[in-house]
Design a protein around this ligand. Structure first.
Ligand SMILES: NC(=O)C1=CN([C@@H]2O[C@H](COP(=O)(O)OP(=O)(O)OC[C@H]3O[C@@H](n4cnc5c(N)ncnc54)[C@H](OP(=O)(O)O)[C@@H]3O)[C@@H](O)[C@H]2O)C=CC1
Ligand SMILES: Nc1nc(=O)c2c([nH]1)NC[C@@H]1CN(c3ccc(C(=O)N[C@@H](CCC(=O)O)C(=O)O)cc3)C=[N+]21
Length: 280
Protein backbone atom coordinates (compact mmCIF):
# COMPACT_ATOMS: atom_id res chain seq x y z
CA UNK A 1 0.00 0.00 0.00
CA UNK A 2 1.16 3.53 -0.64
CA UNK A 3 -0.36 6.22 1.50
CA UNK A 4 -2.44 9.07 0.17
CA UNK A 5 -0.93 12.47 0.88
CA UNK A 6 -2.66 14.77 3.35
CA UNK A 7 -1.85 17.84 1.29
CA UNK A 8 -1.47 20.78 3.65
CA UNK A 9 -0.44 23.13 0.90
CA UNK A 10 -3.63 22.63 -1.15
CA UNK A 11 -5.90 22.49 1.91
CA UNK A 12 -4.39 25.65 3.42
CA UNK A 13 -4.69 27.45 0.08
CA UNK A 14 -8.42 26.73 0.05
CA UNK A 15 -8.71 27.96 3.66
CA UNK A 16 -6.80 31.11 2.79
CA UNK A 17 -9.10 31.84 -0.16
CA UNK A 18 -11.94 31.91 2.34
CA UNK A 19 -9.92 34.10 4.71
CA UNK A 20 -9.22 36.53 1.84
CA UNK A 21 -12.97 36.92 1.24
CA UNK A 22 -13.61 37.43 4.95
CA UNK A 23 -10.88 40.08 5.10
CA UNK A 24 -12.46 41.92 2.15
CA UNK A 25 -15.87 41.79 3.80
CA UNK A 26 -14.46 43.00 7.13
CA UNK A 27 -12.69 45.82 5.36
CA UNK A 28 -15.89 46.91 3.55
CA UNK A 29 -17.77 46.98 6.84
CA UNK A 30 -15.13 48.56 9.05
CA UNK A 31 -12.94 50.59 6.73
CA UNK A 32 -9.77 48.85 7.89
CA UNK A 33 -8.22 45.42 7.58
CA UNK A 34 -7.52 42.95 10.43
CA UNK A 35 -4.10 43.37 12.07
CA UNK A 36 -1.87 40.60 13.44
CA UNK A 37 1.01 41.59 15.72
CA UNK A 38 3.93 39.18 15.78
CA UNK A 39 6.43 39.31 18.63
CA UNK A 40 9.86 37.80 18.18
CA UNK A 41 12.52 37.78 20.90
CA UNK A 42 16.14 37.23 19.93
CA UNK A 43 17.74 36.36 16.64
CA UNK A 44 17.19 32.66 16.07
CA UNK A 45 17.25 32.38 12.25
CA UNK A 46 14.56 29.66 12.08
CA UNK A 47 12.17 31.77 14.19
CA UNK A 48 12.84 34.77 11.95
CA UNK A 49 11.93 32.65 8.94
CA UNK A 50 8.63 31.47 10.50
CA UNK A 51 7.65 34.99 11.51
CA UNK A 52 8.50 36.29 8.05
CA UNK A 53 6.37 33.52 6.48
CA UNK A 54 3.45 34.50 8.69
CA UNK A 55 3.80 38.18 7.72
CA UNK A 56 4.00 37.29 4.01
CA UNK A 57 0.92 35.11 4.25
CA UNK A 58 -0.94 38.00 5.99
CA UNK A 59 -0.11 40.30 3.07
CA UNK A 60 -1.37 37.69 0.59
CA UNK A 61 -4.84 37.64 2.11
CA UNK A 62 -4.95 41.43 2.46
CA UNK A 63 -4.34 41.52 6.20
CA UNK A 64 -1.82 43.74 7.92
CA UNK A 65 0.94 42.50 10.18
CA UNK A 66 2.89 44.47 12.70
CA UNK A 67 6.26 43.01 13.57
CA UNK A 68 7.76 43.61 16.99
CA UNK A 69 11.35 42.43 17.36
CA UNK A 70 13.01 42.48 20.76
CA UNK A 71 16.55 41.95 21.91
CA UNK A 72 17.43 38.47 23.23
CA UNK A 73 18.53 40.01 26.53
CA UNK A 74 15.24 41.68 27.52
CA UNK A 75 13.62 40.78 30.84
CA UNK A 76 10.34 38.96 31.39
CA UNK A 77 8.92 42.26 32.72
CA UNK A 78 9.76 44.16 29.54
CA UNK A 79 8.28 41.43 27.35
CA UNK A 80 5.13 41.24 29.45
CA UNK A 81 4.76 45.05 29.31
CA UNK A 82 5.17 45.07 25.51
CA UNK A 83 2.56 42.34 25.09
CA UNK A 84 0.14 44.07 27.49
CA UNK A 85 0.43 47.20 25.36
CA UNK A 86 -0.50 45.23 22.26
CA UNK A 87 -3.37 43.64 24.18
CA UNK A 88 -4.67 47.11 25.05
CA UNK A 89 -4.14 48.57 21.56
CA UNK A 90 -7.47 48.78 19.70
CA UNK A 91 -5.63 48.77 16.36
CA UNK A 92 -4.34 45.21 17.01
CA UNK A 93 -6.71 42.26 16.51
CA UNK A 94 -4.42 39.28 17.06
CA UNK A 95 -1.12 38.63 18.85
CA UNK A 96 1.43 35.89 18.22
CA UNK A 97 4.44 35.45 20.49
CA UNK A 98 6.89 33.21 18.69
CA UNK A 99 7.94 30.21 20.80
CA UNK A 100 10.53 29.47 22.11
CA UNK A 101 11.75 32.62 23.86
CA UNK A 102 15.27 32.74 25.40
CA UNK A 103 15.61 30.52 28.47
CA UNK A 104 15.87 33.30 31.08
CA UNK A 105 12.40 34.58 30.14
CA UNK A 106 9.25 33.18 31.74
CA UNK A 107 7.41 32.18 28.57
CA UNK A 108 4.20 31.28 30.37
CA UNK A 109 4.03 34.76 31.95
CA UNK A 110 4.55 36.31 28.52
CA UNK A 111 1.80 34.17 26.93
CA UNK A 112 -0.57 35.13 29.74
CA UNK A 113 -0.08 38.83 28.90
CA UNK A 114 -2.00 38.18 25.67
CA UNK A 115 -5.65 39.23 25.95
CA UNK A 116 -7.60 35.98 25.35
CA UNK A 117 -9.78 37.90 22.86
CA UNK A 118 -6.60 38.43 20.78
CA UNK A 119 -5.06 35.01 21.42
CA UNK A 120 -5.29 33.88 17.79
CA UNK A 121 -2.40 31.44 18.28
CA UNK A 122 -4.27 29.78 21.16
CA UNK A 123 -1.47 29.79 23.74
CA UNK A 124 -3.12 31.22 26.87
CA UNK A 125 -4.56 29.21 29.75
CA UNK A 126 -7.92 30.72 28.98
CA UNK A 127 -7.83 29.46 25.40
CA UNK A 128 -6.69 26.03 26.57
CA UNK A 129 -9.52 25.80 29.07
CA UNK A 130 -12.14 26.95 26.54
CA UNK A 131 -10.84 24.33 24.12
CA UNK A 132 -10.84 21.60 26.75
CA UNK A 133 -14.40 22.49 27.81
CA UNK A 134 -15.57 22.74 24.20
CA UNK A 135 -16.44 26.41 24.66
CA UNK A 136 -15.17 27.59 21.30
CA UNK A 137 -12.07 29.59 22.22
CA UNK A 138 -9.19 29.98 19.83
CA UNK A 139 -7.49 26.67 19.13
CA UNK A 140 -3.76 26.41 19.44
CA UNK A 141 -2.74 27.07 15.82
CA UNK A 142 -0.94 23.84 14.97
CA UNK A 143 -3.50 21.53 16.67
CA UNK A 144 -6.31 23.49 15.02
CA UNK A 145 -4.55 23.13 11.66
CA UNK A 146 -4.11 19.40 12.16
CA UNK A 147 -7.84 18.95 12.87
CA UNK A 148 -8.76 21.04 9.82
CA UNK A 149 -6.50 18.86 7.67
CA UNK A 150 -7.98 15.60 9.01
CA UNK A 151 -11.47 17.00 8.43
CA UNK A 152 -10.67 18.13 4.89
CA UNK A 153 -9.95 14.47 4.06
CA UNK A 154 -12.93 13.27 6.11
CA UNK A 155 -10.75 11.03 8.27
CA UNK A 156 -13.03 9.33 10.82
CA UNK A 157 -11.95 9.98 14.40
CA UNK A 158 -14.72 8.59 16.59
CA UNK A 159 -13.64 5.41 18.38
CA UNK A 160 -10.20 5.47 16.76
CA UNK A 161 -7.07 5.04 18.82
CA UNK A 162 -4.95 8.17 18.47
CA UNK A 163 -1.38 8.16 19.78
CA UNK A 164 0.13 11.60 20.28
CA UNK A 165 3.90 11.67 20.68
CA UNK A 166 4.76 14.89 22.54
CA UNK A 167 2.89 16.80 25.27
CA UNK A 168 4.00 20.42 24.99
CA UNK A 169 1.45 23.05 26.06
CA UNK A 170 0.90 24.46 22.55
CA UNK A 171 1.13 21.30 20.47
CA UNK A 172 1.03 17.78 21.87
CA UNK A 173 -1.27 18.37 24.82
CA UNK A 174 -3.92 20.41 22.99
CA UNK A 175 -3.99 18.17 19.89
CA UNK A 176 -4.75 15.22 22.18
CA UNK A 177 -7.61 17.18 23.77
CA UNK A 178 -9.08 18.07 20.38
CA UNK A 179 -8.94 14.41 19.29
CA UNK A 180 -10.57 13.41 22.58
CA UNK A 181 -13.35 15.94 21.98
CA UNK A 182 -14.00 14.16 18.69
CA UNK A 183 -14.35 10.83 20.51
CA UNK A 184 -10.96 9.35 19.72
CA UNK A 185 -9.31 7.18 22.39
CA UNK A 186 -6.13 9.09 23.13
CA UNK A 187 -2.72 7.95 24.36
CA UNK A 188 0.03 10.48 25.07
CA UNK A 189 3.69 9.50 24.75
CA UNK A 190 6.62 11.66 25.86
CA UNK A 191 10.28 11.50 26.83
CA UNK A 192 9.64 9.14 29.76
CA UNK A 193 7.40 6.77 27.83
CA UNK A 194 8.62 3.18 27.76
CA UNK A 195 8.13 1.14 24.61
CA UNK A 196 7.28 4.02 22.30
CA UNK A 197 7.35 1.59 19.37
CA UNK A 198 4.64 -0.60 20.90
CA UNK A 199 2.34 2.35 21.56
CA UNK A 200 2.77 3.71 18.06
CA UNK A 201 2.15 0.25 16.59
CA UNK A 202 -1.34 0.21 18.17
CA UNK A 203 -2.36 3.58 16.73
CA UNK A 204 -5.03 4.14 14.10
CA UNK A 205 -3.88 7.77 14.07
CA UNK A 206 -0.34 8.86 14.95
CA UNK A 207 0.46 12.50 15.67
CA UNK A 208 4.19 13.12 15.94
CA UNK A 209 5.08 16.35 17.78
CA UNK A 210 8.59 15.98 19.15
CA UNK A 211 11.19 17.72 16.99
CA UNK A 212 13.56 14.78 16.46
CA UNK A 213 13.99 13.80 12.84
CA UNK A 214 12.92 10.22 12.11
CA UNK A 215 12.30 9.30 15.76
CA UNK A 216 9.19 7.43 14.56
CA UNK A 217 10.26 4.48 12.41
CA UNK A 218 8.21 3.45 9.43
CA UNK A 219 8.10 -0.19 10.54
CA UNK A 220 6.24 0.82 13.72
CA UNK A 221 3.25 2.10 11.76
CA UNK A 222 0.18 -0.17 11.76
CA UNK A 223 -0.88 -0.91 8.18
CA UNK A 224 -3.67 1.50 7.24
CA UNK A 225 -2.92 4.03 9.99
CA UNK A 226 -3.13 7.79 9.46
CA UNK A 227 0.18 9.56 10.12
CA UNK A 228 0.36 13.27 10.96
CA UNK A 229 3.87 14.64 11.30
CA UNK A 230 4.03 18.01 13.07
CA UNK A 231 7.75 17.76 13.78
CA UNK A 232 9.92 20.35 12.17
CA UNK A 233 13.64 20.32 12.89
CA UNK A 234 16.29 21.01 10.24
CA UNK A 235 13.43 21.08 7.72
CA UNK A 236 12.62 17.46 8.56
CA UNK A 237 9.73 15.73 10.27
CA UNK A 238 9.65 13.28 13.17
CA UNK A 239 8.58 10.34 11.01
CA UNK A 240 10.72 8.17 8.75
CA UNK A 241 8.62 9.20 5.78
CA UNK A 242 9.30 6.74 2.96
CA UNK A 243 8.97 3.65 5.13
CA UNK A 244 5.88 5.00 6.92
CA UNK A 245 4.20 5.90 3.62
CA UNK A 246 4.43 2.26 2.52
CA UNK A 247 2.21 1.22 5.42
CA UNK A 248 -0.01 4.21 6.20
CA UNK A 249 -3.35 4.96 4.51
CA UNK A 250 -2.75 8.73 4.78
CA UNK A 251 0.37 10.69 5.64
CA UNK A 252 1.43 14.34 5.88
CA UNK A 253 4.60 15.30 4.02
CA UNK A 254 7.17 17.66 5.55
CA UNK A 255 7.22 20.28 4.18
CA UNK A 256 3.76 20.75 2.72
CA UNK A 257 1.73 19.14 5.53
CA UNK A 258 1.09 20.57 8.98
CA UNK A 259 3.23 23.74 8.57
CA UNK A 260 1.01 25.57 6.07
CA UNK A 261 -2.12 24.51 7.99
CA UNK A 262 -0.74 26.19 11.12
CA UNK A 263 -0.38 29.51 9.35
CA UNK A 264 -3.81 29.26 7.70
CA UNK A 265 -5.40 28.55 11.09
CA UNK A 266 -3.60 31.52 12.64
CA UNK A 267 -4.90 33.87 9.93
CA UNK A 268 -8.43 32.45 9.99
CA UNK A 269 -8.51 33.04 13.76
CA UNK A 270 -7.18 36.59 13.31
CA UNK A 271 -10.13 37.55 11.09
CA UNK A 272 -12.45 35.94 13.59
CA UNK A 273 -10.84 37.95 16.43
CA UNK A 274 -11.24 41.14 14.40
CA UNK A 275 -14.91 40.41 13.78
CA UNK A 276 -15.67 39.45 17.37
CA UNK A 277 -13.65 42.41 18.68
CA UNK A 278 -15.76 44.89 16.74
CA UNK A 279 -19.08 43.32 17.80
CA UNK A 280 -18.80 44.65 21.34
N1 LIG B 1 4.56 22.77 11.86
C1 LIG B 1 4.22 23.62 12.80
O1 LIG B 1 3.40 24.47 12.59
C2 LIG B 1 4.83 23.52 14.12
C3 LIG B 1 5.82 22.63 14.33
N2 LIG B 1 6.38 22.51 15.54
C4 LIG B 1 7.43 21.50 15.64
O2 LIG B 1 6.95 20.41 16.41
C5 LIG B 1 7.99 19.87 17.20
C6 LIG B 1 7.58 19.88 18.66
O3 LIG B 1 7.38 21.23 19.07
P1 LIG B 1 7.03 21.61 20.58
O4 LIG B 1 5.88 20.81 21.01
O5 LIG B 1 6.97 23.06 20.64
O6 LIG B 1 8.39 21.07 21.27
P2 LIG B 1 8.79 20.81 22.78
O7 LIG B 1 10.25 20.66 22.74
O8 LIG B 1 8.14 21.82 23.65
O9 LIG B 1 8.13 19.40 23.11
C7 LIG B 1 8.63 18.21 22.63
C8 LIG B 1 7.87 17.04 23.21
O10 LIG B 1 8.46 15.83 22.74
C9 LIG B 1 8.70 14.94 23.82
N3 LIG B 1 9.87 14.13 23.56
C10 LIG B 1 11.17 14.49 23.54
N4 LIG B 1 11.96 13.45 23.26
C11 LIG B 1 11.15 12.39 23.11
C12 LIG B 1 11.37 11.01 22.83
N5 LIG B 1 12.60 10.53 22.64
N6 LIG B 1 10.31 10.20 22.76
C13 LIG B 1 9.06 10.67 22.95
N7 LIG B 1 8.79 11.96 23.21
C14 LIG B 1 9.83 12.81 23.30
C15 LIG B 1 8.90 15.85 25.02
O11 LIG B 1 8.61 15.10 26.17
P3 LIG B 1 8.68 15.72 27.68
O12 LIG B 1 7.40 16.49 27.83
O13 LIG B 1 8.75 14.51 28.53
O14 LIG B 1 9.90 16.59 27.72
C16 LIG B 1 7.91 16.97 24.74
O15 LIG B 1 6.64 16.66 25.24
C17 LIG B 1 9.21 20.70 16.86
O16 LIG B 1 9.89 20.07 15.80
C18 LIG B 1 8.63 22.01 16.36
O17 LIG B 1 9.49 22.69 15.47
C19 LIG B 1 5.96 23.24 16.60
C20 LIG B 1 4.95 24.14 16.48
C21 LIG B 1 4.34 24.37 15.21
N1 LIG C 1 3.77 30.67 19.26
C1 LIG C 1 4.15 29.89 18.26
N2 LIG C 1 3.22 29.41 17.42
C2 LIG C 1 3.59 28.61 16.37
O1 LIG C 1 2.73 28.17 15.59
C3 LIG C 1 4.97 28.29 16.20
C4 LIG C 1 5.87 28.82 17.13
N3 LIG C 1 5.44 29.60 18.13
N4 LIG C 1 7.19 28.54 17.02
C5 LIG C 1 7.72 27.74 15.95
C6 LIG C 1 6.72 26.82 15.37
C7 LIG C 1 7.04 26.35 13.98
N5 LIG C 1 5.94 26.76 13.16
C8 LIG C 1 5.84 26.54 11.80
C9 LIG C 1 4.87 27.15 11.04
C10 LIG C 1 4.80 26.97 9.68
C11 LIG C 1 5.71 26.17 9.03
C12 LIG C 1 5.61 26.01 7.55
O2 LIG C 1 4.72 26.55 6.91
N6 LIG C 1 6.50 25.26 6.91
C13 LIG C 1 6.47 24.99 5.50
C14 LIG C 1 7.83 25.04 4.88
C15 LIG C 1 8.47 26.38 4.94
C16 LIG C 1 9.88 26.36 4.44
O3 LIG C 1 10.77 25.97 5.23
O4 LIG C 1 10.07 26.69 3.27
C17 LIG C 1 5.93 23.58 5.28
O5 LIG C 1 5.95 22.79 6.24
O6 LIG C 1 5.53 23.31 4.17
C18 LIG C 1 6.68 25.54 9.77
C19 LIG C 1 6.74 25.72 11.13
C20 LIG C 1 5.05 27.45 13.92
N7 LIG C 1 5.44 27.52 15.18
Amino acid sequence: MTARILDGRATSAAMLDRVREEVAEFSREHGRVPVLATVLVGDDPASHTYVRMKANRCAKVGMESRRVELDAGISTETLVKTIRELSADPAVDGILLQHPVPGHIDERAAFEAIDPAKDVDGVTRTSFARMAFDEGGFASATPGGIMALLDAYEIPLSGKHAVVVGRSPILGKPVGMLLLARDATVTYCHSRTRDLAEHVARADIVVAAVGRPELIRGEWIKPGAVVVDAGYADNRGDVEYEAAAERASFITPVPGGVGPMTIATLLAQTVRAAREGTEK
